[in-house]
Design a protein. Structure first.
Length: 103
């Protein structure tokens, strides 16, 4: 099976959410810098990444707070579930291989 590896650097949108002792989820927001119509530099195109950390990484990630600047390396996978009306839902998530604070 092929996996796509991604490295993202951004800020946490909210405090990390501990699902269980072995699973923590958090959302990382990234922005691209670009010039606006007036030629001024500004943040553009915000991207949102849902990150899942397992086992020992989950325990360490549980302490991450909103606004923390992090670097995450992981694999992109697609989660699939069935919602209340019986239709399938999909969401791409990053399964963290490494998580660190960005300096």
């Amino acid at each position: 099976m092929f996996t796509s590896t991604i490295t993202i650097e951004g800020r946490l949108a909210e405090d990390a959410n501990t699902i269980s002792d072995n699973l923590t989820e958090f959302v990382v927001l990234t922005n691209r810098r670009g010039q606006d119509e007036a030629g001024e530099w500004a943040n553009t195109d915000t991207s949102r990444y849902v990150v899942k950390a397992f086992k020992s990484k989950a325990k360490k990630a549980a302490d991450l707070k909103s606004g923390a600047q992090v670097v995450v390396v992981g694999s992109i996978v697609t989660d699939k579930w069935e919602n209340g009306d019986g239709s399938n839902r999909y969401q791409q998530v990053v399964l963290a291989n490494a998580i660190g604070l960005s300096l």
